[in-house]
Design a protein around this ligand. Structure first.
Ligand code: NOJ
Ligand code: CA
Length: 527
């Protein structure tokens, strides 16, 4: 287990939209380098960068055409290596985004694989043995597109053919077992890519659709788990400081598979969703109606819904790895949808004081908005509104684009939030009460106290169905959160403790935590 994870806080960067250093309208590696001090000063000491490899960008880069070459629009391989070095100089780490389950249909492997004559890559993807789709049993496939006699399996979009890690329980002759030499060859090719970037200086990977590798897997995903255990063994022996975080959404399985961290993904988990953004959802996976998030002061939030789901995972993760809570990511609606600034601050107070390794999505620290109604960009569809340019500065004196880029506004990758008063770093940086500075203070508190970092020491002191506040202990600290519109007291004695952090009004009254409406307090005991 890499020791640096104990105090890691990640910042997710969608490279298209972070900072455009050369004025062509799209973010780049140089732009990220220029903003590393900002990220470090915020209190994030690690980055996850969404895929930045050569790609036709039919899915924002999750359709990789060449795993070992960066997309020219972001810069060269050398530029990315410079970014690693600049990050390391600031004691920061960098995770790249690894897409193991599929490639672009334009990847060389696939262009070879689709040929009628057999070659080295014929089995790199999953092909049936007839152009008529027999025996597919729920696998999604594309037919009629190649000279090869067969149909091929896809993992996500049409442009993303699934790599072949074999089948746990093959049912047709063309379904190779997971221990077949060809299935193993795919795994080894993946390890080769990982070694390439680890040798170049990256610190590990966020792994896309990590549970999707072996097909017809069992409930436990034991076939896919075996692939990752093999890969983890390579890391343990050759790259013990490298970290892996999975897009799996099931810490029981993901940590057993060898991941160091697993994301809870709010689209899969209603308890987590009740915490973050509890709307009704429409067919487009867009929020409808009222937000009943736990943090909503007028809402019907109930912390027990979240804890019922979280605590069993938390217990299971102990000693194996960490759960990663996210403020959001490039696939979710922005957390700010339906929460006001104080509610956001309270949400971050919980995320950034819980065990595990938290991830902040760029712009959430200033409360960037979800931009509704944008035309789909690079396969984003409704996700596009969460991927707009970072808002650095106020527009003044003829500047536009909120400091993201010097390009003409119409040639930006995506439009900047046009709303007057849209949040910016500049407007918040000198205001001690701003969301930005609240995040900074929360992270400073966390970095200063090992009890408030990743290791599992959580004790629930007060969490009652439909009641407030929520009170928990972490080592020497008692933390209490009251998102409600009325004051709340918890029957938890913290006599003699010292208040070390608060949002809104928090105090000890008669030895118990007393919280004003919409507030949060952290007390240090035993000193
Ligand atoms: C999950 C990624 O987060 C998402 O953006 C992408 O479209 C799919 N996986 C397919 O790779
Ligand atoms: Ca650029």
């Amino acid at each position: 287990m890499p020791q640096w994870l104990k105090d890691a806080v990640f910042y997710e960067i969608y490279p298209q939209s972070f900072y455009d250093a050369n004025g062509d309208g799209i973010g780049d590696f140089e732009g990220i380098m220029r903003k590393l001090d900002y990220i470090r000063d915020l209190g994030c000491n690690a980055l996850w960068i969404n895929p930045c490899f050569d790609s036709p960008f039919k899915d924002a880069g999750y359709d990789v055409r060449d795993y070992k070459k960066t997309a020219p629009r972001y810069g060269s391989n050398d530029d990315l290596c410079r970014l690693f070095a600049e990050a390391h100089r600031r004691r920061m780490r960098v995770l790249l985004d690894l897409v193991p389950g599929h490639t672009s249909e334009e990847h060389l492997w696939f262009r070879e694989s689709r040929k009628a004559e057999k070659n080295e890559y014929s089995h790199r993807y999953i092909w049936s043995d007839s152009w008529i789709a027999w025996g597919l049993e729920g696998l999604r496939f594309i037919a009629g597109e190649s000279e090869r006699n067969g149909v091929y399996i896809i993992n996500f979009f049409k442009s993303q053919p699934a790599l072949n890690y074999g089948f746990l329980r093959p049912r047709e002759p063309w379904q190779l077992p997971a221990d077949h030499a060809e299935s193993i060859a795919t795994r080894e090719a993946l390890k080769d890519i990982m070694r390439f970037w680890l040798d170049a200086g990256c610190d590990g990977f966020r792994v896309d659709m990590a549970d999707s590798l072996v097909k017809f897997d069992d409930e436990e995903k034991s076939g896919t788990q075996a692939v990752w255990r093999n890969i983890r063994a390579m890391l343990d022996s050759d790259y013990p400081e490298a970290a892996l975080v999975s897009e799996w959404g099931n810490p029981f399985q993901a940590l057993a598979a060898g991941f160091h961290m697993d994301f809870l993904l709010d689209h899969d988990h209603s308890g987590y969703r009740s915490l973050v953004r509890d709307f009704g959802y429409g067919p487009d996976n867009l929020p409808l109606g009222e937000n009943n998030s736990f943090f909503k002061s007028g809402g019907r939030g109930d912390i027990t819904r979240f804890l019922d789901q979280y605590l069993p995972w938390y217990e299971a993760a102990k000693g194996k790895g960490y759960i990663s809570l996210i403020t959001g990511n490039h696939d979710t609606p922005r957390i700010s949808a339906g929460l006001d600034e104080r509610e956001l601050a309270l949400a971050y107070a919980l995320f950034l004081s819980f065990p595990g390794v938290p991830f902040i999505y760029y712009g959430d620290e200033i409360g960037m908005r979800y931009l509704p109604g944008l035309p789909s960009k690079e396969g984003g569809y409704t996700r596009t509104g969460s991927r707009t340019p970072m808002q650095w500065n106020e527009d003044s004196g003829g500047t536009a684009n909120k400091g993201f880029s010097a390009a003409a506004p119409e040639s930006l990758y995506l439009p900047v939030d046009p709303l007057p008063g849209a949040p910016t770093v500049e407007a918040q940086k000198d205001d001690p009460a701003s969301l930005l500075n609240t995040v900074r203070s929360l992270l400073a508190l966390r970095h200063g106290e090992p009890d408030l970092q990743a290791e599992p020491n959580l004790e629930i002191l007060y969490a009652e169905k439909e009641k407030l506040p929520f009170v928990y202990r972490r080592g020497a600290f008692v933390l209490a959160l009251n998102p409600g519109a009325a004051p709340a007291r918890a029957p938890v004695s913290v006599a003699g403790a010292r208040l070390v952090f608060s949002i809104g009004g928090a105090a000890l009254e008669g030895g118990v935590c007393a919280l004003e409406a919409r507030s949060f307090g952290v007390w240090k005991t035993g000193t």
